[in-house]
Design a protein around this ligand. Structure first.
Ligand SMILES: [Zn+2]
Length: 327
């Protein structure tokens, strides 16, 4: 039973939307690629668990939890009867080693310490256990889901904390309670009540840095022929409905300016006024919630991101969704 679904993290959403409208510095490009790779690793892990099935388990994916005064992020928590297991997922690739208490990528020392991170995460759960006065066991593993990882480790104890990709299926199968117990539910409730939104994300783009207008979904080109219902890309010859473009704009705006209020004016600024007021108004009504603070009206995108909007939007509005190549 999955209690919280994994979603694209705020930071990755931000960097993806940002990369569409700004020439990334090499540092930003690296950040984006690390975030993408991390997310891919987590998605692979989820997929393996889906294949095996999780009916008898309670699973939290990608949550921030408040424990005492501190906040901890968990990639995955599995509750199996009376045991709560943390899985810290690291999508490392290439040559990694843990020798003499230090991590190396190739010959270079790595500052990120997956073992301390895992211990810290487990510590937070123990803190929750202490506060809640419910007794449960806490365990944890570091998951290495990348196929292209060669891992070398001279420390037996550290090695025992690691699950490699080829062991992942067996590892996840080893959770074998016969059904979700009352105790599991009780523990899950305690954790659930402590979930908070990601408190660390505070990035916001500067609109003056951004390229304005619509861009094609295939290659991110801005050289478009915008017609009444469809938008044609002059470069890669893709065709996409205007509605789909506008939904992506809502999603991008939310990702780029998460702490700002979305107004029609700001949207139009980002879109270089390429959409008529009438069309934008209609789409705002369909996909956003209208809010107002006295004189000003602003909007909240009803969906987490573009993907969720396309999946969950009312069917009758989807006649023009989708992307096609017309040549
Ligand atoms: Zn294109």
């Amino acid at each position: 039973m999955i209690l919280t679904e994994r979603k694209v993290p705020f930071e990755l959403m931000y960097m993806q939307a940002f990369s569409r409208r700004v020439e990334l510095s090499s540092k930003d490009a690296r950040t984006l690629s690390v975030l993408e790779s991390g997310y891919e690793g987590e998605v692979h892990y989820d997929k393996v668990l889906e294949e095996i099935g999780h009916e008898s388990l309670i699973v939290f994916r990608d949550i921030y939890v408040k424990a005492g005064d501190a906040v901890a992020q968990f990639d995955s928590i599995i509750i199996d009867d009376n045991t709560v297991t943390v899985n810290e997922i690291k999508n490392y690739s290439g040559f990694y080693s843990y020798n003499g208490g230090q991590w190396f990528s190739g010959k270079f020392e790595v500052t990120e310490d997956a073992i301390s991170q895992l211990k810290r995460a487990m510590g937070k759960l123990k803190k929750i256990r202490y506060e809640s006065k419910i007794n449960f066991d806490v365990s944890g593993k570091i998951i290495f889901p990348n196929l292209d990882l060669q891992f070398d480790c001279d420390d037996e104890r550290a090695r025992s904390l690691v699950v490699m990709r080829n062991q992942l299926k067996e590892y996840l199968k080893s959770f074998r309670s016969s059904g979700v117990s009352e105790q599991s539910k009780k523990i899950a409730q305690v954790i659930y009540r402590k979930i908070i939104d990601n408190p660390y994300f505070d990035k916001s783009a500067d609109i003056t840095d951004l390229k304005r207008g619509l861009y094609c979904a295939s290659y991110g080109r801005f050289d478009l022929d915008i017609q009444k219902y469809y938008v044609y890309c002059r470069r890669c010859n893709c065709r996409e409905s205007k509605e789909s473009h506008i939904i992506r704009a809502f999603s991008d705006f939310q990702a780029l300016f998460r702490r700002e209020k979305m107004t029609r004016q700001k949207l139009q600024e980002m879109l270089g006024n390429q959409i008529s007021e009438r069309m934008l108004q209609r789409m705002l009504k369909r996909y956003c919630e209208t809010c107002s603070t006295g004189a000003a009206t602003y909007y909240k995108f009803k969906y987490y991101d573009y993907k969720e909007a396309v999946e969950k939007a009312p069917q009758n509005s989807l006649y023009i969704l989708g992307l096609k190549h017309f040549k």
